[in-house]
Design a protein around this ligand. Structure first.
Ligand code: URA
Length: 235
């Protein structure tokens, strides 16, 4: 067990005996820092152009109130893509997703399956700009922003996507279904020719308010680890 996993136990309030084999193997198989699954040239040009498009985007009115866009953070060819809702005030200030208390909890959740925010996963939001006053994203904003997320999924080509909370799950899967009905088994997202498994779990901000549901979130994370373990190593 490494240090990041040891740090993860407090979020569950339990000890290392809880760690199922799937999570242990995922931790052991975690990719090397700085490693890459794909070719570099075309992909980095595509990333660069997408970053530029996002940072200059004026497709909806959120461009007038944002401090900056929040593109996403992590490994460009991550096997695991984590998707939240939209930047909050702190994220808007710092230009990085999940940097407040919810972000700290998310880091512990990522650590619980042996991964690291910068090194192993990519974290993005459905919206790249902060909706003012923490209001819910509007339908029009999601429609305008969606092509950026679609492109991120294509470029990352992850083995698994984790949708954090109702909003991310419903937007990604184009459904009105509840979190309760989407959890517990992998859903599917079509990206080009690929069907990518999507694990729906609770948003860390919700888990901070409802810690009893962390046990369910842990089961969701174990499903993520299982999917990662089952995929061929180079994928
Ligand atoms: N909540 C989200 O969904 N995304 C963030 O980046 C921060 C909080």
């Amino acid at each position: 067990m490494d240090e990041s996993q040891r740090r993860a136990w407090p979020w569950l309030g339990t000890g290392p005996l809880w760690m199922p084999r799937a999570a242990r193997v995922a931790a052991d198989d975690a990719a090397e820092p700085g490693g890459d699954r794909g070719g570099q040239g075309d992909a980095s040009a595509a990333w660069e152009s997408l970053r530029r498009e996002v940072s200059g985007c004026e497709l909806c009115s959120l461009c007038a109130t944002r401090t900056q866009t929040v593109f996403g953070v992590g490994r460009e060819h991550a096997r695991c893509l984590i998707i939240g809702e939209a930047p909050g005030a702190e994220e808007d200030r710092r230009g990085e997703p999940f940097v407040g208390r919810a972000g700290e909890l998310l880091d512990l959740m990522i650590g619980a399956i042996g991964h690291d925010r910068q090194r192993d996963v990519f974290i993005a939001n459905v919206l790249k700009c902060r909706p003012p006053d923490n209001r819910d994203p509007a339908g029009e904003e999601v429609v305008r922003c969606q092509p950026f997320l679609v492109r991120q999924v294509e470029l990352i080509a992850p083995v698994v996507i984790v949708a954090l909370g109702r909003f991310a799950a419903q937007s990604l899967l184009s459904t009105d279904a509840s979190i309760a009905s989407l959890r517990g088994r992998a859903q599917s997202y079509r990206s080009g020719e690929r069907e990518i498994p999507v694990v729906v779990t609770y948003h860390p901000a919700y888990l901070l308010r409802t810690p009893l549901d962390k046990a369910k979130a842990w089961r969701d994370l174990c499903l993520v680890a299982e999917i990662l373990n089952a995929a061929p190593a180079g994928q």
